[in-house]
Design a protein around this ligand. Structure first.
Ligand SMILES: [Zn+2]
Ligand SMILES: [Zn+2]
Length: 744
């Protein structure tokens, strides 16, 4: 016992950001491991915490003794405790906060138990014929139970058995008492797929030469069994998913495990089905709509090695595997990988770190790489593999630009629909082909404006104009969700000429219905998709051809693969281009390329109409040519000139307060404290009001800090936002965002 550690380092469920030392009692020394949940004395009461480390001795005198271990096995494996520590340091949050983010709540609370069912089987050596004879004509039920058991062979579930034999549990019991039948409770996983569609197994597809080369690179990295990152840059329709599937198969052959991250699991049903049909039971799909019991079982299945592949959104990265070989991050450029509450981690970047710690290969896949990832390839940190053509000899869609300024001066057009677009939609309707119309803004109109006095209906809680929703007959704030009834006259001057301005998907739908009265049209955005299976049902109606025109927001931008879609209309390509955000150009390029990629995924060639008021904007020009490299070069030059990511690291500090004065005063005080601590060459901008200056009655101020080492910057910022040394200002909420995705 002497060589076992005697001190446990524990974080408790308090945002103190400190590890507390406790003595490990003799009786627990053999069982206690890092990751265990433990009860410890704390102040005058006791608390539950996690063991994050062990030691031989402590620098603290008079340590209290740890009380007991909660649960049978350690909840968090040690590899994840190490990762949590890295997250806390890098993203400037409390250690305990990072640990919590890794465990589903149902696991953390520790109340859920595995589900058990009773199983029954015949005692070996029992002479069934003789027993049946004993039952005779009177004990018919008893005989029926024996017959079912004999026919079934092996153990069967007791509930099923009694139903099948039309008997009662009491009859089964008499057989158990007589020593003829044996029973036992066994763990039965709650199956999230029970009653779902039957999945047909698939075999690996034949690869194109480019896919073969890419897979060979990934396989070589897996075979090295050390860390490595590969960026798989493949155009839309180039078969990235098949490469993922075969790389995972290789990883499993090595006896190792794999994680697949997708941006939003509900929006990528087709991708998830492909994984399920290739790997069957070995896969665990971590949906957001799993019940607590299902989530608990899935987590336990992974923890115990019964599932070897975890597929899910952001938090699936923390699947408690012990032999991780591969992490796939699909659509690595997506902003949904960044969590917008503490810990504000980016799952793509943390995947790279987990891979490094655990000797796993990390595969980042996309048609439109983030500037950061492509830059890392240039620096030699990541390997680059490319798929430049589509599979099955499909062509990239033909892109056509329509200048809406010229269109507006012509006769015979309709609002928002160019004549070219209308003509092509009509052709599709005549030929039985399908159309997708994309506009990244929901609602009917983006504003209500009085034609007389210029009044704009604005949310009283936020600095944002209300969006007009015609069907619901209300104005809604897309920042805070507040709604009011749509006014019939201007609230300011009482003029009835208050009008809607700007366009949302609802207006596109209304106009499309007038232009193409015989077509079946559906709209897919977060307003129309509120019912539970609405998303799935709409997609299956579209697949079967019941819907001819599908209108939607970014919800329809990615992952969809419908062979009959031969036309994509991008209604307003410049919509996101002029947002006050340094990533506006990058986002627009990515969206255009991804949406265009939905066209021509079958035997028929695809066409994309891009409507715009700024046809010569370089971002649109690069997207029209699908020329990522040229886009990257131009965008990187700008970022380097301005010292923005990926040329420099960036952190933002946000201040939220009920009054503008308080927010600004807190920000000033924070600057006074941090400025003397910054390394030379690090630039600090602000404090300044955020571009969206007020949300939910909270005024927002921010600082931007750029340049220098991000690790050093984290070391400076972290003590200011966590633990006892944290900077405090009455009524002000402060948070740090490292590598922010948006500055709005
Ligand atoms: Zn007015
Ligand atoms: Zn609002």
């Amino acid at each position: 016992m002497a060589d076992l550690p005697s001190i446990a380092k524990v974080v408790v469920n308090l945002a103190l950001d400190r590890e507390f030392d406790y003595r490990i009692p003799e009786r627990l020394r053999g069982q206690l491991r890092v990751g265990c949940r433990v009860w410890v004395p704390f102040g005058r009461s006791s608390r539950i915490g996690y063991v994050v480390g062990v030691a031989e001795k402590s620098t603290w005198p008079d340590l209290k003794e740890l009380m007991r271990i909660e649960g049978e096995q350690e909840q968090i494996p040690e590899n994840l405790i190490t990762l949590a520590r890295w997250i806390a340091d890098y993203y400037c949050c409390a250690h305990e906060q990072a640990v919590r983010a890794m465990l589903p709540a149902v696991v953390r609370h520790g109340k859920m138990k595995p589900r058990q069912h009773l199983f029954a089987w015949l005692r070996p050596g029992v002479d069934v014929a003789a027993e049946l004879e004993k039952c005779g004509a009177r004990a018919k039920k008893r005989a029926a139970v024996l017959q079912v058991l004999a026919r079934h062979g092996g153990a069967c579930e007791a509930g099923w058995l009694t139903r099948e034999a039309e008997a009662t549990p009491a009859i089964l019991n008499t057989l158990v008492k007589a020593g003829i039948v044996l029973t036992e409770h066994r763990v039965v996983d709650r199956d999230p797929n029970a009653g779902g569609d039957i999945v047909l197994p698939t075999r690996p597809l034949e690869l194109t030469p480019e896919q073969t080369t890419a897979l060979a690179r990934i396989t070589a990295a897996l075979d090295r069994r050390g860390p490595g990152v590969i960026l798989l840059h493949g155009v839309t329709g180039s078969g990235k998913t098949e490469v993922y599937l075969q790389a995972i198969a290789r990883c499993l052959e090595q006896g190792r495990e794999a994680i697949v991250l997708v941006p939003e699991i509900a929006l990528t049903p087709q991708t998830v089905e492909r994984f399920r049909s290739r790997f069957g039971d070995r896969i665990s799909v971590l949906h957001s709509h799993l019940s607590d019991g299902e989530r608990f079982d899935e987590w336990t299945r992974i923890r115990n090695g019964r599932a070897q592949i975890a597929v899910g959104a952001r938090s699936a990265l923390f699947a408690p595997f012990q032999k991780l070989g591969l992490v796939v991050v699909d659509e690595e450029h997506e902003t949904t990988y960044k969590q917008d509450e503490a810990p504000r981690y980016n799952a793509r970047d943390v995947a790279v770190v987990r891979g490094k710690f655990e000797g796993a290969t990390v595969l980042l896949g996309t048609a439109t790489p983030s500037l950061e990832s492509f830059y890392n390839c240039q620096l030699g940190k990541y390997e680059l593999a490319r798929l430049s053509s589509r599979v099955d000899h499909q062509l990239m869609p033909a892109m056509e630009l329509v200048d809406q300024r010229a269109e507006a001066s012509q006769k015979g057009g309709a609002p928002l629909f160019s004549r070219r677009l209308m003509q092509l939609i009509r052709e599709r309707l005549d030929n039985g082909e399908q159309t997708i119309l994309f506009l990244n803004r929901r609602g009917f109109a983006t504003q209500m404006i009085c034609q007389k006095c210029g009044f704009v209906a604005t949310c009283e809680h936020c600095s944002a104009a209300y969006t007009y929703h015609k069907q619901a007959a209300h104005l809604a704030c897309h920042l805070c969700g507040a709604t009011i009834r749509a006014p019939e006259a201007c609230p300011q001057c009482r003029d009835p000429e208050i009008r809607d301005a700007g366009t949302g998907t609802e207006k596109i739908e209304t106009i499309a219905a007038k232009l193409f009265p015989k077509a079946a049209i559906a709209r897919m955005d977060s307003d129309s998709m509120t019912a539970k299976h609405a998303h799935r049902d709409t997609l299956s109606a579209f697949r079967s051809g019941k819907i001819q025109i599908l209108i939607g927001t970014q919800m329809i931008a990615k992952g969809l693969h419908f062979p009959k879609v031969t036309l994509v209309g991008i209604m307003a390509a410049d919509m996101g281009l002029h947002l006050p955000d340094f990533r506006a150009g990058e986002r627009t390029f990515q969206l255009l390329v991804q949406v265009a990629g939905r066209a021509g995924r079958g035997d028929l060639p695809g066409r994309v109409i891009v409507q715009t008021y700024t046809p010569f904007h370089p971002v649109l020009q690069f997207a029209m040519r699908q020329d990522y490299d040229a886009f990257y070069r131009e965008e990187l030059t700008t970022r380097q000139a301005l010292n923005f990511p990926p040329a420099a690291h960036m952190a933002a500090v946000h201040f939220r307060a009920p009054s503008e004065m308080v927010a600004s005063a807190a920000a000033e005080a924070f600057v006074a404290r941090i400025k003397p601590q910054l390394d030379p060459g690090v630039e600090l901008f602000g404090p300044m009001p955020a571009p969206i200056a007020k949300v939910r009655n909270q005024y927002r101020y921010q600082l931007m800090i750029r340049g220098g080492s991000i690790l050093r910057l984290g070391q400076t910022l972290r003590p200011l936002v966590t633990g006892a040394t944290a900077f405090r200002h009455e009524d002000v909420e402060i948070h740090v965002d490292i590598d922010p995705q948006s500055l709005l």
